[in-house]
Design a protein around this ligand. Structure first.
Ligand code: HEM
Length: 395
């Protein structure tokens, strides 16, 4: 972590152990589920660390996700023009939010995702073939973890994968906590312009993809905003689960052995990896629309709450012994995909990709291991989505 980030963060973000939330944050969580917090702009808000309290707030309509209402712990204040946020429904409340969810829900059902299964398998195999041909060592992030979800979301949306350098760079800027608000806005504008052109082309020549489905039903700006959200959320997250999840399995050989011995376990194993790693590491921000009492604490109208998924998913009351990775634990009910109306739209796709990719990787390379000492692996401490920047492996 760099000095600059240390300076702006108003709650502990430095991790002592790769897979665990910051120790100081864990100590806060042990003391109470909710804590008063002074934001960099002077706002008096709250940090919520307990499972039950986080879940309760995410399900409560008296909390808003609108950017003009919430305070940010990283920028003095996120106050972007709502006109330029069209289609970005992760930051909307009902009824605007509902309109987008309804439009997209049918495109992301389990059944719809299962239709993608053969193509995802093919993509995974192609990347494993390439890795094998290149020979060890390889950076697993560049060779496997990043390109697979990236290619899948591109095909689903109808975004040319050849343009990946652009959108991978812009989305990295958007998700880097060290980017300035101006840099984030420039990356957003750049991607919106790109997606706007693409949506215009899809309107003229519709293809068999998601952007072509939504293009005629939304304004150009709205469709580009939806495309932006799906493109960014759709590849960075799953990519980091694949990278960090592989590292977690290599670091817990007993658990890897359990998984190898029981192919049926993969569904639960993926849930447990999602819980244990909880890669969305910054607090989900919501603003109270009226006074609300949570866990015996009165949150006043206008106050921002930051909901810490990593500590919530380690809460011993909900997941006893949760600091250990246990692929056989009943891990359902974890909050790694959020909860309530904004719960991850792409969760079935992410699950499918992981259920295919992890077993295929370990089957192809039974001797997979790290090519460098663990201490040399660069961690994504200053990113919205945690994970590893690189993962040198050999076999
Ligand atoms: C929302 C996590 C994969 C699209 C969310 C939220 C979380 C999350 C925590 C809730 C945010 C909030 O309440 O403020 C993850 C994780 C993933 C993943 C851990 C991978 C392992 C995906 C994929 C897609 C996607 C593959 C797209 C295809 C979205 C969208 C939302 C969302 C569109 C906003 C939903 C709404 O506001 O209604 N995700 N996500 N995510 N995710 Fe994911």
């Amino acid at each position: 972590m760099t000095e600059s980030l240390n300076h702006v963060a108003c709650y502990p973000i430095h991790r002592e152990h790769i897979f665990d939330p910051p120790e100081a944050l864990t100590r806060w969580a042990e003391q109470a589920p909710i804590h008063p917090l002074t934001f960099p702009d002077g706002h008096e808000g709250w940090l919520v660390t307990g499972y039950a309290a986080v879940r309760e707030i995410l399900a409560d309509r008296r909390f808003s996700a609108r950017p003009e209402l919430v305070h940010s712990p990283f920028f003095d204040r996120i106050e972007r023009d709502p006109q330029r946020q069209e289609g970005f429904f992760i930051r909307m409340d009902p009824p605007e939010h509902t309109r987008y969810r309804r439009l997209l829900a049918g495109e992301f059902t389990v059944r719809r995702m299962m239709r993608l299964e053969p193509r995802i398998k093919e993509i995974v195999t192609e990347h494993l073939d390439r890795m094998e041909l290149a020979g060890p060592p390889v950076d697993l992030v560049q060779a496997f973890a990043l390109p697979i979800p990236s290619l899948v979301i591109c095909e689903l949306l109808g975004v040319p994968y050849a343009d990946r350098e652009k959108f991978q760079r812009d989305s990295a800027t958007m998700l880097d906590l060290e980017s300035t608000p101006e840099q984030v806005q420039a990356a957003v504008d750049d991607l919106l312009a790109y997606l706007g052109d693409l949506v215009t082309r899809k309107r003229e020549h519709p293809e068999d993809d998601l952007l072509s489905v939504i293009a005629p039903k939304l304004t150009l700006e709205e469709a580009a905003g939806v495309g932006l959200l799906l493109l960014v959320a759709g590849h960075e997250t799953t990519a980091n689960m694949l990278g960090l999840g592989t590292l977690a399995l290599l670091s817990n050989p007993d658990q890897l052995a359990v998984l190898r011995g029981d192919a049926e376990l993969i569904g639960n194993a993926v849930e447990e990896l999602l819980r244990y790693l909880t890669i969305v590491q910054i607090g989900l921000a919501r603003a109270a629309l009226e006074d609300v009492e949570i866990a015996g604490t009165r949150i006043r109208a206008g106050q921002t709450v930051l909901l810490m998924l990593p500590t919530a998913n380690r809460d011993p009351e909900r997941f006893p012994g949760g600091d250990a990775l246990d692929l056989t634990r009943p891990a359902h009910g974890h909050l790694a995909f959020g909860h309530g109306i904004h719960q991850c739209l792409g969760q079935q796709l992410a699950r499918l990709e992981m259920r295919i990719a992890y077993p295929a990787l370990f089957e192809r390379f039974p001797g997979l291991r790290l090519a460098v000492p663990v201490a040399e692996i660069p961690l994504r401490t200053s990113m919205v989505v945690y994970g590893v920047h690189r993962l040198p492996v050999t076999w």
